[in-house]
Design a protein around this ligand. Sequence first.
Ligand SMILES: *Cc1c(COP(=O)(O)O)cnc(C)c1O
Length: 417
Amino acid sequence: MLDRTPFHYDDGALFCEGVALEELAERWGTPLYVTSRHSIEDRYREFEAAFAGLDHFTCYSVKANFNLSVIRTLGDLGCGCDVNSAGELFRALKAGVPGNRIIFAGVGKRPDEISYALENGVLMLKVESLSELRSIDRIAGDAGLTAPVALRINPNVTAETHPYITTGDSKEKFGIDEAELPEVFTLLGELRHVRLVGLDMHIGSQIFDPEFYVAALTKLLDIHSYSKGRGFAVEYLDIGGGFPATYDPMKPETPLSSFAEKLVPMLKPAGAKVIFEPGRFLMANASVLLTRILYRKRNHIGKEFFVVDAGLTELIRPALYQSHHEVISVRRHDETVVADVVGPICESSDFFARQRPIGDAPEGELLAVMSAGAYGAVMSSNYNGRLRPAEVMVEGSESRLIRRRESFEQLIANEVE
Ligand SMILES: *Cc1c(COP(=O)(O)O)cnc(C)c1O
């Protein structure tokens, strides 16, 4: 069994692999993202093993964590990338992933982004509307190229997850509506500078129940048949990401085998190469956000607060999605107190935990906000004049800075007076 969390106590102190978190905080300061390289590798191998029976290609969804060292870690294992903007494409290329292993997605691609993707020979561009299809054809034609495209279908399946992370419902902006497909295929027959290579779906994130994939994939396979009937045999079926990760030990993730059992028998007879785009599954539990307790206080109604030096500017998930993150003391304390862990930002939503038992750590000690590897550092901001945090990657007993803490100079670098 693979080690699901590389973060563990040794002699009362929390470690990432072979490195004590206290040491890292001492050296690099806080708030600090700490990422385990082995965790990323293990999760990727676990993913590959679960779908080994299927001719497939895994493209890491870069938006989950776009640090160059993270992308490179996965790229070195043969993983491709799913990118959502020219900036993410730039990052994937910089991290050494070749264009032909990159998928360019996004519901609103600008013409310059389409050109940039074509220049770099991406594996395919996803198409999310009729207008976008025309636009890609025109831009490719002007450049003397043929654009490989995949149709992102909106399967109209409402996955049971937080409403902000469901994407395969007709109420949402994503994908091409089924009713438009006849027109889309007619247009594909007329356009000269696009070549249909794939059909694609992505129903959302943190999907615990495989039945939502089954429902959406049933639609995708129907469209695959329809596509063949219209004379378009595609090479790729892309079923997106959304595979779950454990944030709360009380709500453990559905094992990948449950997804594979349902999906592999459906996908195999289709005779196309399958693309997966996991993000959260690979990254969520690879990192923690390390933060120092600045103050402890208690109010007249007996409520306890740990005021820490990280906030929603470093990790916005609790504020944005009401997400659960475990918060644990870096030095083990057997006594716990029920408290709120809050940041220094001027917003009431700036908290990591509410009314939770926390190790009774004194001011000056460290807390670790767990499962911060996906949709954490990538969403950090300068709100309240905050400097984006530093990031460190651990491998065994080695650690290395993978992003410097921002400086005051960087904070104002683009401003013109
Ligand atoms: C965000 C996204 C993913 C990754 O989702 P996870 O839940 O992180 O696996 C994959 N594909 C597309 C198109 C996405 O937008």
